[in-house]
Design a protein around this ligand. Structure first.
Ligand code: AMP
Length: 211
């Protein structure tokens, strides 16, 4: 089962991905997490990606498709994957489709989390994430402790107001057209209302997948 989680930054993809993964028993692949870990490790990938990420811009498609190709070749994704934060441009959708075709696979569903910009700004400006395992939290102070791994919570640089504005603009210009691309190319697009308690949204998503 290959599922693409789609939505604006702050729509809840990173919160829902592990919950859905647990229920559907497939691993997640979050390109943002791969990139942040590369930035922390000071690798060539990290150095290349950092500026784009801090400004809230997209990392070039070639870099992203390289990450996805390398990851999807690993045995843990043999039975499926929940893609969190990729696909974000039409060339990424095309590249992923080419890649999966070679493997005799395809995207089974695109889960589009629907939310308006006011709610996004409210969420992202109150968000902290664990510096260790990346779990996102709403309404928790910087420096408090992650429930999952005990790491310290921090604010992401791209959750600053200027970067949030850029990310929303980038979403409208480059990411929103991806949904039409999937619709035109026979993809199964499932729209989920992404406002409400976390468990409720997981439930809605799983129900929508069963239809
Ligand atoms: P995320 O954690 O998904 O919000 O991603 C954080 C940042 O990583 C984004 O704002 C981009 O700079 C970069 N990034 C993550 N995934 C992608 C992608 N599929 N395409 C381009 N840039 C990405």
């Amino acid at each position: 089962m290959i599922i693409v989680l789609f939505g604006k930054p702050g729509a809840g993809k990173g919160t829902q991905a592990p919950l859905l993964a647990n229920d559907l028993d497939v691993p997640t692949l979050a390109t943002g997490d791969v990139l942040r870990s590369a930035v922390r490790g000071g690798t060539t990938l990290g150095l290349e990606a950092k500026g784009y990420m801090d400004r809230g811009e997209l990392v070039p498609d070639k870099v992203i498709l390289g990450i996805v190709a390398e990851e999807l070749g690993q045995p843990q994704y043999a039975k499926g994957v929940i893609l969190d934060g990729v696909v974000r441009t039409v060339p990424q959708a095309e590249g992923l489709e080419r890649m999966l075709k070679v493997l005799g696979r395809k995207v089974d569903a695109v889960l589009a989390f629907d939310i308006d910009n006011d709610e996004i700004v409210r969420r992202l400006s109150g968000r902290t994430v664990c510096e260790n395992c990346q779990t996102p939290y709403t309404g928790r102070e910087v420096g408090s402790v992650c429930d999952k791994c005990g790491g310290a919570l921090m604010r992401r640089k791209d959750d600053e107001p200027e970067a949030i504005r850029t990310r929303l603009r980038v979403y409208d210009e480059q990411t929103a057209p991806v949904l039409d691309w999937y619709r035109r190319n026979g993809g199964w697009v499932v729209v989920v209302d992404a406002v409400g308690p976390v468990e409720e949204i997981t439930k809605r998503t799983l129900e929508a997948l069963q239809r």
